[in-house]
Design a protein around this ligand. Sequence first.
Ligand SMILES: [Zn+2]
Length: 76
Amino acid sequence: MTEQTPAEARHCGKCGGRSAEGFVLDMGYGEYKPARWHEGAPTTGWTGNVKYDKKALKPLRAFRCERCHLVEFYAD
Ligand SMILES: [Zn+2]
């Protein structure tokens, strides 16, 4: 997965300030990836890991307001 979409700016839903695009870093064992969104409540399997369907994951984008610092997530 190497799809690259240019970063964009949105407006804060709280104060209307400029929100810059960012992402939440998901750190695993030697793995550094952007966090992804998954539908439903998390369920844990016997390995202790959360069960997930790879195809159901959506890229999660975090927009942070430069004025009030509110972070809004979009999974689109
Ligand atoms: Zn704001």
